[in-house]
Every structure is written in C-alpha cells, then in structure tokens.
Design a protein around this ligand. Sequence first.
Ligand SMILES: [Zn+2]
Length: 73
Amino acid sequence: MHAPPCHQVTLARNDIAHVQQCAACECVSIHLGTTTVRVDPLALEALWVVLGEAAATVYAQRNAELGSSRGLA
Ligand SMILES: [Zn+2]
C-alpha cells in the first residue's frame, strides 16, 4: 500500500507566505519565497504561538525604544 498523492488546498496567503494543507494526509505546507516547510497540524499551531510571541516581543521592544527616544520611558 502507498499513500494517496497529496492534494493541497490553500488555507491562507499574503505577500510573504502561502499556507496550504493536504486534504488527504493533513500535512501543512508553508511556502516562503522559494522555501517550503512542511509540518503537521499540531506543529502549525505551535509555530503560530511562537511566531505570535516573537512578534509581540519585537512590538514591545520597538515601543520601548520609541518611548525612550522621546523621553517617555
Ligand atoms: Zn498529503
């Protein structure tokens, strides 16, 4: 027995990423330019959490720098 071929369906896309999921095996493909990363749905969720944390940290650091440059920190 062999697995059926993947049938990719788009979940979301924007200017930097295109995210697809296979309707047969549920694997998720994240296309970033010429690079594609394949993960399972649980890993997609973990990636979403860590990216959110990273973005929040960058946002907080940027606001702290803006505040200190204006003498507001
Ligand atoms: Zn598949």
